[in-house]
Design a protein around this ligand. Structure first.
Ligand SMILES: [Zn+2]
Length: 155
């Protein structure tokens, strides 16, 4: 049998992915989305060297704290992504989230605003530029925002 045509076998089923995609602002074309959430939902995580892990407390109950894995804050917004033609979660770095909150100013909600973000550089601390624009058409057609927690637990 031709070795190149061997079937790709795996009896252990793959872990199901999240039902809702999580997008990030990568270096390059950036993102342009409409915000569905009213506010940023933030959470602390640990980085184990390969992937993000949940932080469950600052005490001995948290595996990440026990292992001294570095902590990272992540913010999430439920958004409509016209490019993907789907609703998804946009992950925000701390400096991106601070910029969104600064631009939000006295507005009590982010819901309906158009957000454009671009990242200048590949590092986690790279500056992300953010623009918030009020759409001309209003936000009447937006659904209720989703809770990110069940989705993030599947990541
Ligand atoms: Zn922890």
């Amino acid at each position: 049998m031709n070795e190149e045509r061997k079937l790709r076998r795996q009896d252990k089923p793959p872990r199901p992915g999240p039902d809702v995609e999580v997008i990030r602002v990568e270096k390059g074309p950036g993102v342009a989305v409409q915000i569905v959430s009213r506010a940023i939902w933030g959470v602390w995580t640990h980085w184990d060297g390969r992937r993000s892990r949940e932080c469950t407390s600052e005490g001995p109950l948290c595996q990440g704290h026990q292992n001294n894995w570095p902590t990272r804050w992540k913010g999430y917004l439920y958004v409509w992504c016209p490019y993907r033609k789907q609703f998804c979660f946009l992950e925000c770095t701390p400096n991106m989230a601070q910029e969104i909150i600064r631009l939000q100013g006295d507005n009590d909600s982010l819901r309906g605003l158009l957000l454009r973000a671009n990242r200048y550089g590949g590092s986690i601390r790279a500056k992300v530029s953010v623009e918030l624009v009020k759409p001309a058409g209003g936000d009447g057609a937006l659904p209720e925002p989703l809770d990110p927690e069940p989705v993030l637990r599947k990541l």
